[in-house]
Design a binder for this molecule. Sequence first.
Ligand SMILES: NC(=O)c1ccc[n+]([C@@H]2O[C@H](COP(=O)([O-])OP(=O)(O)OC[C@H]3O[C@@H](n4cnc5c(N)ncnc54)[C@H](OP(=O)(O)O)[C@@H]3O)[C@@H](O)[C@H]2O)c1
Length: 337
Amino acid sequence: MVKARKIVLVRHFEGQPRTEDFRIEEEDLPPVKDGQILAEAVYFSVDPFQKSHTAMHNVGDTFYGAQVARIVESRAPGFPVGRHVVAYWGWRDRTVADVGSGRPEPPLYVSPPRLVPHLGDLPLSLSLGVLGMPGNSAYFPLLDICKPKPGEVVAVTGAAGAVGSVVGQIARIKGCTVIGFAGSDAKVKWLKEDLGFHHAFNYKKTDVSTALKQAAPDGVDLYFDNVGGDISTAVMSNMRYRGRIVVIGAISQYNDLEQQKLVNLPFTFLAQQLRLEGCAVARYHDRWEEGISQLTKWVREGKIKYRETVTKGFENTPRAFIGMLRGENFGKAVVKL
Ligand SMILES: NC(=O)c1ccc[n+]([C@@H]2O[C@H](COP(=O)([O-])OP(=O)(O)OC[C@H]3O[C@@H](n4cnc5c(N)ncnc54)[C@H](OP(=O)(O)O)[C@@H]3O)[C@@H](O)[C@H]2O)c1
């Protein structure tokens, strides 16, 4: 009998998650049936949505999230032993799962298990980062919704994270002036010196509005909002006429029990004739490979650089998750099993 270890939720979070909110358990796995595979996790992803989508988590369930796993047994055509899949099976080290055509339709925010394309010499973990969901969460909302033009000014918050670091680099490739906001001087240095951001600011030390008036005196054309809250209010108040805003995250608000209110924005939206759209990347499932193949090309050409914060050890996964929420990660936070 094959055994699996899994990390289950012991109680719902109160404010920031704590390591005591999780427990490791073991279970016996069933034999692999037709249309199924047995896979062993190589990396877990730790993502902000795991904090925000509390409805996904039932106490006692395996904590929901993405992993990249190696197929070790297969009775599913198209999923050969030795290849890897990205799947939302939660924090568990072995999984028997349906991948055949008869599998149940996933809910909107869940990707079906996807075979990882051959990455050559690129690290496998990138399939959870720049060459996976976070990469596409930068690629499609920026290019398909905001449609940046050369010479425009793009502001991005959460700029040194998995999504934000890619947003800024794509905007730079498209000929825009890029302004990033991140939570430490070391992150700001990385954005400016390594990733080619034109301006970057530590939002914990700098007044966002003052910084924007200095870096973009004529205003911001495109705002890619990863964080919500006061920083976003400040950016949205410094938009240029007919500016476009895409909201993909609100990490500054994921601990708030009460829904926050938009303050003083409606008149700005009218006066500047702004457009705002929210976007869940699941919307782009049908075009998934298009984003991944373009991002892979840019990474291979050295036009997009990546950085990962890798925590080692299955049992350290909750700590990696909590650290990411606190801003300890540069680029994508992953756990290596
Ligand atoms: N809509 C979608 O489909 C979709 C898909 C992927 C991600 N997202 C969202 O996009 C955002 C970024 O995700 P990611 O995976 O790239 O995470 P990430 O940026 O790699 O990691 C989270 C970062 O959030 C920052 N942060 C934490 N608390 C903050 C606060 N109060 N104010 C401002 N920044 C704070 C921290 O960086 P600092 O050191 O800079 O504070 C931390 O490193 C999240 O809001 C996430 O929920 C949405």
